[in-house]
Ligand binder design. Structure first.
Ligand code: ARG
Length: 225
């Protein structure tokens, strides 16, 4: 996972120790329990998360990963466990300036490297310049410094950054998220037993409402900037 994606996975101090927490960590633990194995989390940049399945560095990828037709060509996915829409974060004082797709022509928009949000910008705001950055935290720093005009993230993550950075807000611009909005667990193809077990856990956590509670709890306890 790429633990820079609160409330799903992020780093925080637990008893003075840097620890990866969040709703996806709870999901990962539940999957490990179902499989009867010890959970070992491997933090990496997001653009390495899916390829870590190909290199064998990881067996399962959980990182708020959106299921797409393109990714399905190479990887297998569980049933979806969450839905999240694309939003743009801007500075408060730009709320009336950046109020339409058109108003972003010639402006710079940061997206996380390897994320589906790169394609969302290319497809839906083609007149803006896409800046791909590895770290979500850096995207926010660049926005505050004024080196980029907007940042694209999915709503729960964006709301966390806004909560902890009062100078930032959500732009009133609608983006289409229909092809990218479902998060699922990723693993290598031809692994039907693994898929069955993961889907069993996903079903249990989603239908009981537990996963949604994990997201809410992690959202409330995240105070990192
Ligand atoms: N949902 C987006 C995607 O699949 C972004 C996921 C980023 N996750 C992360 N942990 N940084 O491309």
């Amino acid at each position: 996972m790429n633990p820079e994606f609160a409330p799903f996975e992020y780093k925080t101090l637990v008893n003075g120790k840097d620890t990866i927490v969040g709703s996806d960590v709870k999901l990962a633990q539940a999957i490990a329990d179902e499989l009867g194995v010890k959970l070992e989390l491997s933090p990496m940049s997001f653009d390495n998360v899916l390829s870590s399945l190909q290199t064998g560095k990881a067996d399962i990828a959980i990182s708020g990963i959106s299921v797409t037709e393109e990714r399905k060509k190479t990887f297998d996915f569980s049933d979806p466990y969450y839905k999240a829409n694309n939003v743009l974060i801007i500075k408060n004082e730009q709320l009336n300036t950046f109020s339409s797709i058109k108003s972003l022509a010639g402006k710079t928009i940061a997206a996380q490297k390897g994320s589906v949000q790169e394609s969302v910008i290319k497809d839906q705001i083609p007149d803006a310049t896409l800046i791909s950055l590895t770290s979500n935290g850096n995207m926010i720093t660049e926005l505050q410094a004024g080196t980029v005009d907007a940042v694209i993230l999915e709503k729960p993550i964006a709301e966390g950054y806004i909560k902890n950075n009062p100078g930032l807000t959500l732009a009133k611009i609608e983006l289409d998220s229909s092809d990218t909005d479902s998060y699922a667990v990723a693993f290598s193809k031809n692994n039907d037993i693994l898929k069955k077990k993961i889907n069993k856990v996903v079903k249990e956590l989603v239908t009981s409402g537990k996963y949604a509670t994990y997201v809410q709890e992690a959202y409330e306890s995240n105070t990192s900037e």
